[in-house]
Design a protein around this ligand. Structure first.
Ligand SMILES: *[C@@H]1O[C@H](CO)[C@@H](O)[C@H](O)[C@H]1NC(C)=O
Ligand SMILES: *[C@@H]1O[C@H](CO)[C@@H](O)[C@H](O)[C@H]1NC(C)=O
Ligand SMILES: *[C@@H]1O[C@H](CO)[C@@H](O)[C@H](O)[C@H]1NC(C)=O
Length: 468
């Protein structure tokens, strides 16, 4: 009989552990089962230099009265392989909630025209930009693969509450995917920053002239635009999908609902009544440019472009989660309280290699904040400061500086002992799950070591006669 060596025992311990991490993660503190499902978006086709800005209505999504716990996504090819950002740059994806009337036909084909108003009722997040800007439930960009989106216990995003869905309507979800195929292009960075000259664009998607001085941004890389290719480049069109995994629990009264707020560093706070869109005068601009420090003669302050704005929180509540969204060149973002204390700092993780989730030069993740539940209370009417820093060693167009936060209006049932605001900034959630896993790891190693000792004791027994 072959005896299990030390490494074999360790392997066994790791395998057992691996199995049990998933089962531990599936268990909520008080026995609620976390469900998980992975879906594919409709297919989209992309060729070298081409842009896709697709709107998929009525995507596959968990149904029923549930609490969403996380949403993770990535772009894959037909074989299911993750596609790296230096091939297909994921500018952004958004998941938007709506109610659809009866059998109304709501498709991408009539996305640009107005829908019959009564056919679709948007269910926006809690704010705070004007009009329809940044009103999604979920949404990230290149940082998707390494950004934690988990909503910690006992919180959840309540959806599908039958009491809230108007009679005759059904809850549905829209997925918007904006991708830029940079294979074979002359200037990868320029294409990902949507520089108008590289796209040969002078009017926007609706045929309106670009505003004077607009050199780059989403108005120049709309669906079916084409970025400049290197001479003679030919490349195959490829079929792509967005693969997304949603985690949720069945709703019950022990779950504390959270509200989503998206704060924009470009928001000037103005809300012009009846005005829609991103006029320079109106609220959130969504994107902005970074001027090169050598051009502005400001190289003295380390070539950092700092964008700051002060915004008023419409409700009071506890901060549960925070994360920023930035584009390449981003140096980090922070959210401050009115008194200047930091609420959350979110820093970019840059890739260092070639493979998906580690692409050099791209932001492949953003760090997140999970304050101890109940420890950080934001007052209604409090003025928060959003700060977004970029390197200004070179000019950049169409960059972004958002801060997504989750806020719970109710306190947790068990308030933490320490009521002083605690600021925890981390990449991965350090919670009961982590402690359980750590405890299990300890146990597994103890068993492995004990078993190894037992095996070597046996071996000594066996060998003794020979050695002796
Ligand atoms: C993991 O732990 C559970 C108990 O929580 C146990 O029933 C299961 O058999 C374990 N899985 C493996 C692979 O050992
Ligand atoms: C750029 O667009 C104009 C029309 O707007 C067109 O006449 C011209 O040929 C285009 N240039 C290139 C290089 O595609
Ligand atoms: C942004 O830059 C300013 C000026 O250098 C600095 O004081 C601040 O701490 C930076 N913020 C973040 C989040 O890095």
């Amino acid at each position: 009989m072959v005896l299990c060596s030390q490494s074999c025992l360790l392997l066994l311990a790791v395998v057992v552990l691996a199995f049990n991490i998933s089962s531990l993660q599936a268990a909520w503190g008080n026995g609620k089962e976390i469900k998980s499902a992975t879906f594919l978006s409709p297919m989209f086709v992309s060729g070298p230099g081409s842009v896709g800005n697709r709107f998929f209505y009525n995507i596959d999504f968990p149904r029923g009265h549930i609490a969403l716990k996380s949403f993770n996504a990535e772009v894959i090819d037909e074989e299911g392989n993750p596609v790296p950002l230096h091939e297909i740059y994921l500018h952004h994806w958004l998941v938007v909630r709506y109610y659809q009337r009866g059998n109304a036909k709501i498709t991408e084909a009539n996305h640009k025209q107005k829908f019959r108003e009564s056919d679709i009722l948007w269910v926006w997040n809690a704010g705070i930009c004007q009009d329809t800007d940044l009103r999604q439930y979920f949404g990230l960009g290149s940082e998707t693969r390494r950004t934690v989106t988990h909503v910690p216990d006992p919180y959840g995003l309540e959806i599908g509450n039958p009491a809230e869905i108007p009679a005759g309507y059904q809850e549905r979800w829209l997925l918007n995917v904006h991708s830029i195929d940079t294979r074979g292009v002359e200037d990868k960075q320029g294409c990902t920053e949507c520089r108008c000259d590289l796209y040969n664009i002078t009017v926007d998607e609706y045929g309106r002239a670009l505003r004077p001085g607009y050199e780059g941004g989403i108005s120049c890389c709309y669906d079916k635009t084409q970025c400049k290719l290197r001479q003679g480049v030919q490349g195959a069109r490829r079929s792509l999908y967005m693969r997304y995994t949603v985690k949720w629990v069945v709703w019950d009264s022990s779950i504390i609902p959270v509200k989503i707020f998206i704060l924009d560093a470009t928001d000037n706070g103005k809300r012009i009544d009846g005005s829609t869109g991103k006029g320079l005068e109106n609220g959130c601009q969504v994107e902005y440019d970074v001027q090169s420090c050598s051009a502005t003669g400001q190289a003295v302050d380390g070539c950092i472009d700092v964008k700051r704005t002060s915004l008023t929180m419409p409700i009071s509540g506890y901060l549960i989660y925070g994360v920023a969204h930035q584009h390449a060149g981003g140096l980090g973002s922070a959210l401050y309280r009115e008194d200047g204390r930091v609420l959350c700092t979110s820093l970019p993780i840059y890739g260092e290699g070639k493979e998906a989730a580690n692409e050099a030069g791209y932001i492949v993740g953003m760090s997140t904040c999970y304050p101890e539940p109940g420890s950080v209370k934001i007052a209604g009417g409090e003025k928060l400061v959003v700060e977004s820093n970029y390197s200004s060693h070179q000019k950049r167009t169409g960059v972004m500086g958002f801060f997504y936060i989750l806020v719970a209006e109710q306190p947790p049932k068990h308030m933490p002992f320490l009521l002083a605001p605690v600021h925890i900034q981390e990449n991965l959630k350090l919670s009961t799950d982590t402690w359980l896993i750590a405890a299990f790891l300890g146990l597994a190693i103890t068993i492995a070591v004990a078993a190894h000792l037992w095996v070597s004791r046996k071996r000594e027994d066996l060998y003794e006669p020979i050695m002796g």
